[in-house]
Structures are given as structure tokens and as C-alpha cells.
Design a protein around this ligand. Structure first.
Ligand code: TXA
Ligand code: MG
Length: 351
């Protein structure tokens, strides 16, 4: 099916109702969340969910996050009672950018969970997302609304660029506040495991969970659970991305060659702290992201920057200065490391 994709303002109540009606009728709709834009479908409808995989070109073995607006929806999706740990996390971080893994109920079809017996759930904080879920009256399965493997969308126009013609409607709710995806936390075992760092930092989680918190990608002493989304190259522009230390970036800028024809232009994304080295005649395209110690600012614009540089024809190669892996810096560096992986997987992109 080829759609004439519409972008509608969230303030338009009639259009919000149309979005909810499309979801109820088994179609897919893009909507804003505080992290990134999502591509939503009725989480209990296998045929609707398959449309998401098709529109994104997403590998079938990568499960979706289910978005809810109230506790009743949570209990529809999971089996068994909430543990103490779950209760504490929910009280502190929902609504917000924390996704929790539970054992799933039969309400969630295998298409949504990609064959797993578990389901990932989050309650978004964005009022437009909550409004849409409530109007539809059902939980929404929603991955990020990008083409699989490409940087996640933080504005309606990013979704349009990737999915025009493939979906009927995009609800425009402005720029996403956080800019990177939710933290995914598996709380089923003895020790909670961060499967994907994101909008809620390890320090935030440690305040509630103590020192037992395990980081999936860094840990060597846990028996690793199935984590389907992790094997793919994600968040990646088509151009080569290199992640360099501050020293390496500074050396690059110091040796900036004369390139009057600008045939091979490097784009360099640097911190405010490195900015003083840039000479006026430097032929590199310099993009500043603010202080290395303010990762929230870089998080907010990171995907948008990667997208615009990827689409800038004069740019052939992208360099980014690393930031400290503190606070949101951990999630930002995680995305950058995945974007910088050189090889794309044989089976296509990530999520
Ligand atoms: O902020 C976000 O999380 C955004 C917005 C739209 O809510 N969504 C998002 O979804 O980033 P997606 O599909 O791009 O990423 C979902 C991640 C993947 O890494 C996937 O493998 C993991 O969550 N995931 C989903 N269900 C899982 C499960 N049952 N067990 C383990 N990991 C799961
Ligand atoms: Mg994604």
C-alpha cells in the first residue's frame, strides 16, 4: 500500500482522533515521544505490528517496545504480579524514558515480542503520546520511527524523510526533548541489567537499585540474556563516522589542510572546549555541540546532526569528539560507538 503521508499538528483534536482511529483500524501512525518519535500500532494486533516491521525494514527478530498510558494497560500486557523492584522503578521513573522487561501475557502476540516470552514496556512522558494512547484506548507497540539502522527521528520531518509513502499519518509534536531513546532494563533476574543505556542514567537507577545494577555490554560475569537489538549497527548515517578522543580531534584540527576546492570535506563535531583551536581558514566543516560536560545538550541534537550531515552533499566523512561517559554521556557514547561501527550486518540495519 502506498500512502499519501500526512503530517498533522497535535493541537488539532480532529486529527488526533483520526490518528487514534487509524490505530484502532489496524494501521500504523508516527507520533512524538520525549525521547524520539515512535511508529505505533495496536500492540495486540499481529497484522498491524507486521506493518511496522515492513515500513521500517526492521529485522523480524528485533522485538518492539509497548507504550502504555495507565496501570491497567500494564497488567493487560504482563503476566504475574509486580515485584518490589518494579514497583519502585515505576513509582520513580514513569512516565519517562525507562523501558522495563516483564514476562508477557497472551495479550501480546509473538509478532510484537519477536518470539520472546518477555515484553518491553514503557509509559512515555510526552503529553501527545499519552493522549494518542488514551484516545486509541490500547497499548501501542512502537519502535523508533526511522528506517531501520538510520539515526532515530527527533522531529516530524525526519520521520517524513524516512517513511513518506509508507505510512498514512505523522503527528507533529515538535522536537523531542531528550533526543536519545529510553533506557532498557531487564528486572526479571536477581540483578537488574541495563540492556541499552538511555534517557534515565545509571546514576539515576543506582539511587533506587543500589550497586547491584549490571551493565549488559560492559559486564563479563553475567550469563547474557537474549538481547536481539544489540547485534545490529544502529543509528548510523550512510557516510563513515569516526569517533576520536579530544587529543586526536585537536591534532586533526591543528593539521587542517588547505582544500580550496572543498572536494573532500570532513565534518568535525567538536566540544566548546576544543573550539579555541579552530583557525578561520580551516577547511573542515566545524559543528559545535557545547560543553563536553553537558551531554544532555549533545543528546538532544545528536541524531538531527547526524542526519543533516549525512544529507549534506559536500560532506564525505564525519568525525566526532568523544565525551566523558558520565550521566547521559554514557548513552550518547553508546549511540556514537554503534554509529561508528564500520560494517553493516548482512541482514540489514538495527532498530
Ligand atoms: O525511547 C524509546 O525507547 C523509543 C520510543 C519510540 O519509545 N523506542 C525505541 O524502540 O527506541 P526501538 O524498537 O528502536 O528499540 C527497542 C529496543 C531494542 O534494542 C530491542 O531489542 C529492545 O528494545 N527490546 C524490546 N523488547 C525486548 C525484550 N522483550 N527483551 C529484550 N530487549 C527488548
Ligand atoms: Mg530504534
Amino acid at each position: 500500500m502506498i500512502w499519501e503521508t500526512e503530517i498533522v499538528k497535535h493541537a488539532n483534536k480532529k486529527m488526533m482522533q483520526k490518528a487514534a482511529d487509524l490505530i484502532k483500524a489496524g494501521e500504523i501512525v508516527a507520533f512524538p515521544t520525549e525521547t524520539v518519535y515512535g511508529l505505533g500500532a495496536d500492540a495486540s494486533n499481529a497484522i498491524a505490528v507486521e506493518k511496522i516491521f515492513k515500513a521500517k525494514g526492521r529485522p523480524q527478530d528485533n522485538p518492539l517496545i509497548v507504550h502504555i498510558a495507565d496501570q491497567e494497560m500494564l497488567f493487560d500486557c504482563i503476566s504475574g504480579p509486580l515485584t518490589k523492584m518494579a514497583q519502585k522503578l515505576i513509582a520513580k521513573f514513569w512516565p519517562g524514558p525507562l523501558t522495563l522487561i516483564f514476562d508477557k501475557s497472551n495479550y501480546i502476540p509473538e509478532e510484537t515480542s519477536a518470539g520472546l516470552k518477555t515484553v518491553a514496556i514503557r509509559m512515555p512522558k510526552h503529553p501527545v503520546a499519552l493522549d494518542l494512547i488514551k484516545r486509541a484506548g490500547l497499548p501501542l507497540a512502537a519502535p523508533s520511527a526511522n528506517s531501520s539502522g538510520y539515526p532515530s527521528p527527533t522531529r516530524a520531518e525526519h520521520v517524513y524523510y524516512d517513511l513518506e509513502g509508507k505510512i498514512p499519518l505523522i503527528v507533529d509534536g515538535g522536537s523531542s526533548q531528550v533526543g536519545i531513546e529510553s533506557t532498557v532494563l531487564d528486572i526479571r533476574g536477581e540483578k537488574p541489567i541495563i540492556l541499552r543505556p538511555g534517557g534515565i542514567t545509571s546514576d539515576d537507577l543506582r539511587e533506587v537499585l543500589g550497586e547491584d545494577l549490571v551493565h549488559y555490554e560492559k559486564s563479563t560475569d553475567i550469563e547474557k540474556p537474549v538481547s536481539p537489538g544489540m547485534k545490529y549497527r544502529h543509528y548510523a548515517p550512510h557516510k563513515a563516522v569516526s569517533l576520536l578522543s579530544t587529543e586526536e580531534i585537536q591534532a586533526l584540527i591543528n593539521n587542517c589542510p588547505a582544500d580550496p576546492e572543498k572536494k573532500f570535506r570532513k565534518a568535525i563535531i567538536i566540544s566548546k572546549e576544543t573550539d579555541f583551536l579552530v583557525r578561520p581558514d580551516c577547511q573542515f566543516k566545524i559543528i559545535r555541540y557545547g560543553s563536553r560536560n553537558n551531554p544532555a545538550k549533545l543528546a538532544r541534537k545528536l541524531f538531527s546532526l547526524l542526519r543533516s550531515l549525512d544529507q549534506d552533499r559536500s560532506v564525505k566523512q564525519i568525525y566526532i569528539e568523544k565525551i566523558p561517559e558520565k550521566g547521559l554521556g554514557e548513552a550518547v557514547m553508546n549511540r556514537l560507538q554503534k554509529a561508528a561501527l564500520q560494517e553493516r550486518p548482512i541482514s540489514g540495519g538495527g532498530d
